[in-house]
Ligand binder design. Structure first.
Ligand code: 13P
Length: 260
């Protein structure tokens, strides 16, 4: 399985800065002199098309960057002001769409059922959903991490999810944008749990990519990405800095981590 490093730009960037950032990353990826993970960029919806064009222009024979988005609507089309369909994202060249990010669960009241319907739309449109799960700090403190993850994984994944058509991202809410990360054994424990849950409901999970997200930076990437069961990262803040994002890409082991 090829690991995946995905940059979630969140609500950052304007047209010019997005183009420059995408150009820089795409050129580095195309010029890589050794095997590197798959790299995806997930700009804000209004910048997806422009970033897709930059990626296309930069694809000169080397490895190309994949395009992703940060959300989609469950429906194909219709009267849903301000929303973006998975089909439009596919049409604009996306391969991935993040669904169920904790910021959307919190800011837009998205439930597991909403997330599941968005992931199903992504599948129907031919996209790979990156389905996010993760506990809050209060839930972790109460010892509820395992229960929360079990509930979110069961509720957020469509029945048709397979290791090939779906990516899961474990993003502890308290680690997002805080500079704090779980310990390597804590990350490994949740990834092992997610893989087991997936195997129970969806069959073979060996090839399933489970990303870790939450304060991944160049300085901690090697440690976090070597944790057992981690197959890449979903990166927020550090993905806006091409130098730090590249450090993360370079730090990613090409085979799954073996640390306990
Ligand atoms: P940070 O890397 O900024 O902590 O954000 C993580 C995240 O939410 C990625 O989706």
């Amino acid at each position: 399985m090829t690991p995946l490093i995905a940059g979630n730009w969140k609500m950052n960037g304007l047209l010019a800065s997005a183009r420059t950032l995408a150009e820089t990353i795409a050129a580095k990826v195309a010029g890589a002199t050794r095997a590197i993970p798959e790299v995806a960029l997930c700009p804000p919806a209004a910048l997806v098309h422009a970033v897709g064009q930059v990626i296309e222009q930069q694809a000169k024979g080397g490895q190309t960057v994949a395009l992703g988005a940060q959300d989609c609507h469950p429906k194909e089309k219709g009267a849903h002001t301000g929303d973006t369909s998975a089909w439009l994202l596919k049409d604009m060249g996306c391969r991935y769409v993040i669904v169920g990010h904790s910021e959307r669960r919190a800011d837009h009241g998205e439930t597991d059922a909403t997330v599941q319907s968005k992931a199903a739309a992504a599948h129907a449109a031919g996209l790979i959903p990156i389905v996010c799960v993760g506990e809050t700090e209060a839930e972790r403190d109460r010892g509820e991490t395992e229960a929360v993850i079990a509930r979110q994984v069961a509720g957020s994944l469509p029945a048709a999810a397979t290791a090939a058509n779906t990516v899961i991202a474990y993003e502890p809410v308290w680690a997002i944008g805080t500079g704090r990360t779980p310990t390597v054994p804590e990350i490994a424990a949740v990834h092992t749990q997610i893989r087991a849950l997936f195997a129970q409901r969806h069959g073979a999970a060996d090839g399933l990519r489970i990303l870790y997200g939450g304060s991944v930076k160049g300085s901690n990437a090697a440690e976090v990405l070597a944790a057992k069961g981690v197959n890449g990262a979903l990166v927020g803040g550090a993905s806006l800095d091409p130098v730090d994002f590249w450090r993360i890409i370079e730090a990613c082991p090409m085979s799954p981590g073996g640390a306990p």
